[in-house]
Design a protein around this ligand. Structure first.
Ligand SMILES: O=C(O)[C@@H](CO)OP(=O)(O)O
Ligand SMILES: [Mg+2]
Length: 423
C-alpha cells in the first residue's frame, strides 16, 4: 500500500445540472495524486436528510455554497492534512466528530461528502487502481439499471403526480445489451409521444415530460413503447415507479392529494394494488407512502411486499439509525442509497450492510441535481448493490454514469458479473 498522506484539500463552488451551485473538492496527496469529487443535490428531499449547507441571503437566490466551501478549505483541510487517505472509516469518523452535530448541520453534508468521496478517489488513484476496485476488492458486480424515462412530480412540469417512471431490462446478456434494449424503448417512446403531438423535451432526470394526464396513461404509453420496440412488457422490460409521495401528502389532514383527489392512506394502497394488478410489468414502487406515514408504508409492505419490491427513500434517508427502526417496523423491503442523504461514504456502506443483513434489497441512486461525477457507478459495482437508478439517456450527467458501467464491464471482461434480477 502506498504511504502517501493528504497534503492539501481544496473546495470550490461549481454548478449542477439545474444551474444551482454545488461543492467540488480536490484532495491532493504528497505523492502528487489528485482525487476530485462533486456533490449532487435533491429536489424532493426527505425532511431528515443530512443538512445541505446553503448560504442564504440574496446572492445566487440564497443557494450559494460559499460557507460549505469555506468549511472545507478551513477547518476540514486543517484537520485532515497529514492524515492517511487509505482508512476511509477513520477519515469519515473524523469528519463526523469535527462537525459535532447529529445531521452534519454545522459544516454541511455537502462539504463533508465532497471530502469523503474525494479522499476515496485520491486513495484509489494513488494505488493506481480503479475506484470500484479500491472500494470493492474482488467481489464486484454490475447492477440492474433503472432508467427514468418519464419525469413528473417536482422534476418536470408534466403535471403527472408520480415523479418517476422507470424501465429496466429483465433479460440482458451484458450491461451493454441491457442499455441497448432500453435505448430502443426510449427512442420508440419519443416517436410515440411526437406522433401524439406531445412534448418530447426532457425533465430534470432526462426522461420525457409529456402532459399525459394520469399515471395510468403514462404507464399505458410505456407499455406501448416497450411493445412497439419489439419487447414484452414484464418478461423482457419491467417497470418501476417512484411516486415520491411525501411531495403530495398533507401532513395536517394526513391525506394524499393525488390526481385531483384526496386519498386516505387506505385509498392509496387500494390504488397501488389495482395498478399492479392492471399493469403486472410493475415490479417496484419507491416511496409509495410519505415519510410521515410509517403506518401506511408498513401496511403496503404487508399487502404487497411479497409481490413487488417496495423501496424506502425519503422515509429512511440512508440513515442507519432510522433504517434500523424501519426494519423493526416492517417498513419496505428495499432501501434507496443516496450518499448525500447521510453525508459520508462509510455511513452509506453501513446502511447497505444493514440492508443485506435484514434481507432488504439495495438500490443506489443519483439526485435530481447532478454533475458528471460518476462516483455512484463505481460505488454500486464495489458494493455489489444489486440495483441503480441514475436517470435516463438524454442528459449527459445521467448517461455518464451508465457509460461508466460500460467502461467497467469492458475492463472486467470475462470477470464481469451481472446482478441477479431483483426479487
Ligand atoms: O426521489 C428521488 O428518488 C430522487 C432521485 O431520483 O429525487 P431527488 O434527488 O429530487 O430527491
Ligand atoms: Mg425517491
Amino acid at each position: 500500500m502506498s504511504k502517501a498522506l493528504i497534503e492539501n484539500i481544496h473546495a470550490r463552488e461549481i454548478f449542477d445540472s439545474r444551474g444551482n451551485p454545488t461543492v467540488e473538492v480536490d484532495v491532493v496527496l504528497n505523492d502528487g495524486t489528485l482525487g476530485r469529487a462533486a456533490v449532487p443535490s435533491g429536489a424532493s428531499t426527505g425532511d431528515r436528510e443530512a443538512v445541505e449547507l446553503r448560504d442564504g441571503g440574496t446572492r445566487l437566490q440564497g443557494k450559494g455554497v460559499a460557507n460549505a466551501v469555506n468549511n472545507v478549505n478551513g477547518e476540514i483541510a486543517s484537520a485532515l492534512t497529514g492524515k492517511s487517505p487509505f482508512n476511509q472509516a477513520e477519515i469519515d469518523q473524523l469528519l463526523i466528530k469535527l462537525d459535532g452535530t447529529p445531521n452534519k448541520a454545522r459544516l454541511g453534508a455537502n462539504a463533508i461528502l465532497g471530502v469523503s468521496m474525494a479522499v476515496a478517489r485520491a486513495a484509489a488513484n494513488s494505488e493506481k487502481i480503479p475506484l470500484y476496485r479500491y472500494l470493492g476488492g474482488v467481489d464486484l458486480e454490475l447492477p440492474q439499471p433503472f432508467f427514468n424515462v418519464i419525469n413528473g412530480g417536482v422534476h418536470a412540469d408534466s403535471g403527472i403526480d408520480v415523479q418517476e417512471f422507470m424501465i429496466t431490462p429483465v433479460k440482458r446478456e451484458s450491461f451493454c445489451d441491457g442499455v441497448e434494449k432500453v435505448a430502443n424503448v426510449y427512442h420508440t417512446l419519443k416517436k410515440i409521444l411526437a406522433e401524439q403531438g406531445l412534448e418530447t423535451a426532457v425533465g430534470d432526470e432526462g426522461g420525457f415530460a409529456p402532459k399525459l394526464g394520469s399515471t395510468e396513461h403514462a404507464i399505458e404509453t410505456l407499455y406501448k413503447a416497450i411493445e412497439t420496440a419489439g419487447y414484452t412488457a414484464g418478461s423482457e422490460i419491467a417497470i418501476a415507479l417512484d411516486p415520491a409521495s411525501s411531495e403530495f401528502y398533507d401532513n395536517e389532514t394526513q391525506l394524499y392529494h393525488f390526481e385531483g383527489q384526496k386519498l386516505t392512506s387506505h385509498d392509496l394502497l387500494a390504488y397501488y394494488e389495482n395498478l399492479v394488478a392492471k399493469f403486472p410489468a410493475i415490479i417496484s414502487i419507491e416511496d409509495g407512502f410519505s415519510e410521515h406515514d410509517w403506518d401506511g408504508f408498513a401496511a403496503q409492505t404487508k399487502a404487497q411486499g411479497d409481490k413487488i419490491q417496495l423501496v424506502g427513500d425519503d422515509i429512511f434517508v440512508t440513515n442507519p439509525a432510522i433504517f434500523a427502526e424501519g426494519i423493526e417496523k416492517g417498513v419496505a423491503n428495499a432501501i434507496l442509497i443516496k450518499l448525500n442523504q447521510i453525508g459520508t461514504v462509510t455511513e452509506s456502506i453501513e446502511a447497505i450492510k444493514m440492508a443485506r443483513k435484514a434481507g432488504y434489497n439495495t438500490m443506489i441512486s443519483h439526485r435530481s441535481g447532478e454533475t458528471v461525477d460518476s462516483f455512484i457507478a463505481d460505488f454500486a459495482v464495489a458494493m455489489h448493490a444489486g440495483q441503480i437508478k441514475t436517470g435516463s439517456m438524454a442528459r449527459s450527467e445521467r448517461i455518464e454514469k451508465y457509460n461508466q458501467f460500460l467502461r467497467i464491464e469492458e475492463e472486467l471482461g470475462a470477470a464481469a458479473r451481472l446482478a441477479k434480477f431483483p426479487e
